[in-house]
Design a protein. Structure first.
Length: 507
């Protein structure tokens, strides 16, 4: 067992003391041999292999998206030309791809038990779980299999395990910050909505946390073993400026646990971005210009700032058509139901949204720092843009939604008006529903807001493209607690029934 009370450490196989013999020729000779065996300047390779695996996964996902675009294009073109899309031998390869995709979905869409995944912070989707575990195993192998972990003496150079793990953690930082954005480049390239990518943001952060501590511990262990820890802490800048980033990263991971997010979500949101800024700034100071690590920090800043500016201009408060525009909204309580609706007026002429998308709203007169996401129930019809209003269904929880619900309860009419800022829309489905033969929609509770607009879309497609529409069957299944909950969407169901060319039944 190593004693940290010693003032020196004897390396038996070399026959020297790490401190007492530090000025000897034998010490210098062994230091040179150690560096020749595992070069300090060869360690950036491990940062690159971290980037390689993530880039390969993104590239494969892009190829998958392009293949789906081609399949959808061929099917639509074949329907227009009134021929079987599978008569052409060129489409057999797409048939094979579609079948393989079906097998992939059969495996990857399986759900793992929530009682274990939530507690352990694991993905509950089998596909995501397998991807995350594969990347984790890959990185752990590159980190821990190469030897050696420590040099014989601290004076021979930094522990190789520390350097490679630190660079691997740094290489993950650009991906963590990019995946944190609601409008991010990875989502744009792959067509996967940001909320589905959020699990990868979480796990990239966990891996960064793991490698950050693997980077930290060997320095303290080896310096403590040789009895010069106090000296290193006083004189080596990497010792004292490395404390803030690992502290910020640890706080980020601890306060991002499921329990904290569930019960203290609003605190988590504010605390999260403050720690993220602190982590980035302190890490920039720590890595300095060592081993090219600053390239990853510059890439992080460029990518993150670019996507934030793009989001603000294209989706948010600086959008040319609605720059800092205040929208009037009507809040109305449903009779006999613990829910209410928000209708945001004048939105159809200044913004477009697709089925399945959501937006964030901020009330100017109440808790302006709170920014809440809600799925959009209404459908945006380009021919009726001036009359389209965003409609949201809200089930009150803690925080701002509960404040609104109490305000509605105190109102004699069960309604009130307010001014809102809109950020969005975001999310949605990448593939066109008209590319499929059948469409099945499932929802429970207020989840109906995410799927009902697809029915509107199908009705419009059926009306305008009767001869070229591949979609022939639509089913919607909605599970709600009370029969009175149907009042949330009764108006929309009547409109859909009127638009539908066939008799529509809603059991």
């Amino acid at each position: 067992m190593v004693s940290f009370l010693k003032r020196d450490y004897y390396v038996e196989k070399l026959g020297l003391w790490c401190l007492a013999d530090a000025q000897s020729e034998m010490y210098a000779k062994n230091a040179a041999i150690s560096q020749a065996t595992v070069r300090y300047y060869g360690q950036p390779y491990y940062a690159k292999v971290t980037v390689y695996i993530l880039v390969v996964i993104i590239f494969v996902t892009i190829l998958k998206r392009l293949a789906f675009f081609m399949i959808d294009y061929i099917d639509k073109k074949s329907i227009t030309q009134k021929k079987n899309p599978r008569d052409d031998y060129k489409t057999y390869v797409f048939d094979i791809f579609s079948r393989l995709s079906g097998v992939n979905r059969y495996i990857s869409y399986r759900k793992l038990p929530y009682k274990y995944t939530n507690v352990l912070g694991l993905p509950n989707s089998m596909g995501v779980f397998l991807v995350v575990m594969a990347v984790t195993l890959y990185l752990l192998c590159f980190c821990f299999i190469p030897h050696y972990w420590y040099r014989e003496c601290r004076g021979f150079g930094s522990p190789p395990l520390s350097i490679r793990s630190g660079l691997m953690a740094t290489a993950l930082v650009p991906f963590i910050f990019v995946l944190s954005g609601k409008q991010n480049i990875i989502s744009t390239l792959t067509g996967i909505s940001y909320e589905k990518l959020n699990i990868y943001h979480q796990w990239a952060s966990v891996l960064c946390f793991l490698f950050g501590w693997v980077h930290t511990i060997p320095f303290y262990y080896q310096s403590g073993r040789e009895g010069n820890l106090a000296y290193m802490e006083r004189t080596n800048k990497f010792f004292y400026n490395g404390i803030p980033p690992i502290l910020f990263l640890s706080l980020l991971c601890i306060f991002s646990l499921y329990t904290v997010r569930k019960y203290f979500y609003e605190f988590f949101i504010q605390f999260h971005w403050i720690c993220a800024v602190g982590f980035y700034v302190s890490l920039c100071i720590h890595v300095s210009n060592e081993l090219g690590a600053q390239k990853y920090m510059i890439a992080t800043l460029v990518l993150w700032v670019s996507q934030v500016l793009f989001r603000i201009v294209y989706k948010s408060y600086l959008h040319p058509k609605r720059a800092f525009q205040k929208f009037n909204a009507t809040f109305t309580k449903f009779e006999g139901s613990a829910a209410f609706e928000i209708v945001i007026h004048g939105t159809g002429s200044v913004m477009k949204w697709q089925p399945g998308q959501h937006l964030f709203i901020r009330e100017l007169s109440n808790r302006i720092l709170d920014n809440h996401p809600f799925s959009i129930l209404s459908y945006h019809n380009s021919s009726e843009a001036n009359t389209n209003d965003v409609k949201l269904i809200v089930k009150p929880m803690k925080g701002l939604t509960n404040v609104w619900y109490k305000k509605l309860g105190a109102s004699e009419e069960g309604k009130f008006s307010g001014s809102l800022l809109i950020d969005g829309p975001f999310g949605g489905v990448d593939r066109d529903v008209a590319s499929f033969n059948s469409l099945f929609l499932f929802a429970s509770g207020t989840g109906i807001t995410a799927i009902l607009s697809f029915i509107y879309q199908v009705c419009e497609l059926k009306k305008n493209n009767k001869s070229s529409l591949l979609l022939s069957r639509v089913g919607m299944y909605w599970c709600c607690r009370e029969m009175s909950d149907i009042s949330w969407i009764s108006k929309e169901l009547d409109e859909i029934s009127d638009k539908s060319t066939r008799r529509t039944t809603f059991p």
